[in-house]
Design a protein around this ligand. Structure first.
Ligand code: MTE
Length: 292
């Protein structure tokens, strides 16, 4: 009957719609993990949700209204590359599978020399690596976001190498600090902060923390990040927070805390104890290689 009235295309459309229903991500507020403590006050929710970098929606900080246009439910995530069982899975099912939702208070330092401190909710990226079980040849994890120029006006600017791509070494991805966030301030992420799922690597400059991830690919080749393609001398692959290596256009030894004053920037954004082992072979006198 349906085929008679709507034709095959119409029926496919209906079926497509029915099978794409997904439950929203829930489990908020998540229990706080007491291991992650801050040395400063939490940034106000207002500041952290209205002063955001999301070039897909424009190069100003004030894009939160524009970002509302992005539909994040359903949100199919692909996990593929050097693994035995590539899958496509809705973000909400991925969260259920990888379990262990928790809240962590992290500092976040942008390469532009501002910083914030916020409560993320989510789970350790290492859970996803375990779940995917990459082959020994997989040395990197490449992450990619959406490409929807119809809803994201920045993506109509063809001089940018869309979609936004980021990458970590497999050992960085296995580090306990690397976090996949699905919530902020006890609620699901708002679009402007990278809904429904984003990376948070608090020892690296913020541009590594790719928002709204659609694809995780395990690979033997070092991925070329969005900002690295645009300007490799300014935005290195490693991008570890490093007060001794100035950006070519400004110093990096201090930062402006959103809603607060200036404070000194620390090596690895203060997470040296947790991550320094990853870069033992990269320590040099001027520590330059920790960034590039
Ligand atoms: N992810 C995507 N997809 N697009 C972006 O423009 N900007 C990055 C990062 N992730 C960006 C992104 C930069 S430069 C920073 S500082 C952080 O997101 C900012 O995260 P926040 O806006 O939630 O504070």
């Amino acid at each position: 009957k349906l085929l008679q009235t709507t034709g095959i295309a119409g029926a496919a459309l209906l079926i497509g719609k029915a099978s794409s229903y997904a439950m929203p991500i829930d489990g908020f507020p998540a229990e706080r993990n007491p291991e992650y403590v801050l040395d400063r006050a939490l940034t106000s929710e207002q500041d952290a949700t209205t002063y955001t970098n999301f070039y897909e929606f424009g190069s100003s900080k004030n894009i939160w209204r524009k970002a509302r246009k992005l539909n994040t439910d359903p949100w199919v995530v692909t996990i593929d590359g050097l693994i035995d069982n590539p899958i496509k899975i809705d973000a909400s099912d991925l969260v259920k599978k990888l379990g262990g939702m928790e809240e962590r208070l992290y500092r976040h330092r942008c390469v532009e020399a501002w910083s914030m401190a916020v409560p993320w909710a989510g789970f350790s990226l290492s859970n996803l690596v375990k779940f995917a079980s990459p082959k020994p040849k997989a040395k990197y994890l490449r992450m990619e976001t959406f490409f929807e120029p119809d809803v994201a006006p920045g993506q109509r600017q063809s001089w940018y190498p869309w979609p936004y791509v980021e990458g970590l070494t497999i050992n960085e991805a296995r580090n306990e600090l690397a976090f996949l966030a699905v919530g902020l301030y006890g609620k699901a992420l708002q679009n402007q902060n990278g809904a429904p799922i984003r990376l948070v690597t608090p020892w690296k400059y913020g541009f590594k923390s790719i928002k709204s991830i659609k694809r995780f690919t395990f690979t033997s080749e070092r991925p070329r990040s969005f900002w690295e393609v645009l300007s490799p001398k300014e935005y290195g692959f490693w991008a570890n927070v490093n007060p001794w290596v100035p950006h070519p256009r400004w110093p990096q030894d201090k930062e402006r805390v959103l809603g607060g004053g200036m404070v000194p920037t620390k090596l690895f954004n203060g997470y040296e104890k947790e991550v320094a082992y990853l870069y033992k072979d990269k320590y040099t006198d001027n520590k330059r290689e920790l960034f590039y």
